[in-house]
Design a protein around this ligand. Structure first.
Ligand SMILES: Nc1ncnc2c1ncn2[C@@H]1O[C@H](COP(=O)(O)OP(=O)(O)O)[C@@H](O)[C@H]1O
Ligand SMILES: [Mg+2]
Length: 263
């Protein structure tokens, strides 16, 4: 296992799930064995990869409460080296169960579960819900790094301080290995001045935490691309739905960056 990457931002609609699906799919097309863990009760990563509730009985909730092993819930996707640990709305119950139990180490449950299967994968990608509750804490406690998607819209950087503090706290307490892999500008439109402004602000504050493309000539920015928005309704990652689209090219560049860093 090379890395466990959490995709996190407590804001909704910023491109977490789109990034989780398409980074996982791009890495797996590059011949890496990848497990995508859907840790959001909304289960958008699960449906976005073409699965519906009738196709699986158990999900990540049953793993977190100890009823199933992670290996027992894993689904095979259309790309052979991509596996999915699905979610379901029932996962909301886990927050309450974590709260009710005062079991020590409940922040580390996911980490323990991933440990059991880590020899089987090169990368584990974790999609998280839009909140900084115990589900996201479990993801950050298990991860070696976190990617923070930043939507290139108004208020983009609002709430970021709170997220960065949470990451810092987790690093200091339960997961010293955790690092910020980078900020990923998403839904960028060239015609939109606001997009440019957000990207400019990101460069000002976090220049060394942006992703570079292969030849280090430009930063990786995920464009606003209708194909990226359409592909989940076909149950496909963008690399299968429209490999040549601008969104697909950008997520492939991100995957290449991550592979290059690891080698
Ligand atoms: N780069 C993009 N271009 C166009 N639409 C996008 C892009 N990224 C995400 N979307 C769309 O925006 C919405 C929110 O994205 P999503 O990845 O689900 O965010 P989150 O998981 O952070 O809530 C979805 O409908 C998704 O299809
Ligand atoms: Mg999501």
């Amino acid at each position: 296992m090379k890395e466990i990457i959490a995709i996190a931002n407590q804001k909704g609609g910023v491109g977490k799930t789109t990034t989780a699906i398409n980074l996982a799919a791009s890495l797996s097309v590059m011949e890496k064995k990848v497990l995508l863990i859907d840790l959001d009760p909304q289960a958008n990563a699960t449906t976005g990869l073409g699965f519906n509730r009738n196709q699986y009985e158990y999900n990540i909730y049953h793993v977190l409460i100890g009823r199933k092993k992670l290996s027992q819930i894993i689904l095979k996707c259309s790309i052979p080296s991509l596996h999915l640990a699905p979610s379901n709305i029932g996962l909301v119950g886990v927050e309450k169960e974590f709260y009710d139990s005062d079991a020590k180490g409940r922040e580390l449950i996911l980490k323990t579960k991933i440990n059991e299967i880590k020899d089987r994968y090169d990368y584990v990608i974790i999609d998280t819900p839009p909140a900084l509750g115990s589900i996201t804490i479990n993801a950050l406690a298990a991860a070696t790094s976190v990617i923070i998607p930043i939507q290139c819209e108004f208020y983009a950087l609002e709430g970021l301080a709170q997220l960065l503090n949470t990451v810092k706290l987790i690093k200091k307490t339960i997961n010293p290995k955790l690092s910020i892999k980078g900020f990923l500008p998403t839904m960028y439109s060239r015609q939109n001045n606001l997009s440019k402004q957000v990207f400019f602000d990101l460069k000002q504050h976090f220049k060394d935490k942006l992703f570079y493309d292969k030849d280090r000539s430009s930063y990786i920015v995920i464009p606003r691309n209708v194909k990226l928005a359409e592909s989940p309704s076909f149950g496909q990652p963008i690399i299968l739905y429209d490999v040549k689209s601008s969104g697909s090219i950008a997520y492939q560049a991100l995957a290449e960056n991550i592979l290059a860093e690891a080698s």
